[in-house]
Design a protein around this ligand. Sequence first.
Ligand code: ARG
Length: 439
Amino acid sequence: MSKEKITNTMWGGRFEDRPADIMQQINVSINVDKRLWRQDIRGSIAHAEMLGLQGIIPKKDSAAIVKGLKQVALEIERGEFVFREDLEDIHMNVEARLKEIIGDVAGRLHTARSRNDQVATDFRMWVREASQELFQLIETLQDTLEDLTEKHKNDVMPGFTHLQAAQPITLGVHLEAYAHMLNRDKTRLRDLAKRINKCPLGAAALAGTPYPIDRNYTAQALGFDRPMQNTLDAVSARDFAAEFLFACAQCGLNLSRLAEEIILWATPQFGFITLSDSWSTGSSIMPQKKNPDAAELVRGKTGRLIGNLIQMMTVLKGLPLAYNKDLQEDKEPVFDSYDTISLCLQAIKGMMETATFHTDKMLQSAEMGYTTATALADWLVMTLGLPFREAHHVTGAIVKMAERKGCKLEELALDEMKAVESRINDDIYRVLSVKKARK
Ligand code: ARG
């Protein structure tokens, strides 16, 4: 066996030929999974400590490994670490460097462990932390929206159904709807972070390990609630990643709806909102343009968020137990969704807190399109005791009259309305103005 042909010192024992170039290219994941380095080293430290405490490896070796791993962490932190593609992934990159630092003792670290339980553990920790960070980010956007809700709680605007003016509402109530959506997105992340917080470490390749390991020790050291009981499930489950991707996609979807409204409201036709210059772009050919690009990008990037979820679920569909290399495709969508949704949340916050809301224009718009017609019908029911269907007809006739005259409902004379329904009295003017909009 010609040793120099073997490139992978981690698993190359039975191999005589080095991998083909394309084999290496399709196999390598270091450029993606290097983002797991903190979790990987933290996991390895806990594992090495446990091996020492359990007497599985000598205490002094455990101590040397822990010390060496801390140095590796420092090197990565300082940007001095050289990530090598020939070492495939983050796990083997870290271990190879550890060996350079502390020598052959490094080879004891992988006792009673496989990369299968190692990567599942690292990745769960990463998703758990990412969920907590997104929770915070959503909360700051929620604060912005809640401030705006309070500020505009009396500013009337048209509420829409079918994008047709429906009933007068307040801008406050409209914005509050998004704050409430975001609250669900936020708590969804909290719920999933709790659900996924079980530790795969100790499942080894798939069937556990004969060494007297202490899974409770490592689970606790890594901040998990407890070890995952079924070892096949531990190494092959990625529903935690799918859940996270759904949470990101759903949050993006909500932001995309707000983005769409920002885009519409910023048109001269609506004129409800002007974005600040710092959150707009210009056109290279049409000097008058001020474009809401950030809002359009939030809307567009939501496609990626949904795509990432679909990608993950498609990879998992039909995979037999337990670990399969397909699972290496789990990280890119998760990292991308995290990056994407983080950007979107901050962009929406930036746009919203610097935008100018033209509440005069909103009020004017609410006054068009007879948005108080439903309130009129309700008055007929509550004051005159009309069945709603009849009230609806009476109101329709009154709206038609106003339309013919080209005036607002509140500009109709009492006698004109009485001609439609004789029992109408002047109390009706109480509900005809949009200023009485529901808050
Ligand atoms: N880089 C791999 C991944 O992300 C680590 C696990 C490799 N396991 C194996 N049996 N080849 O999935």
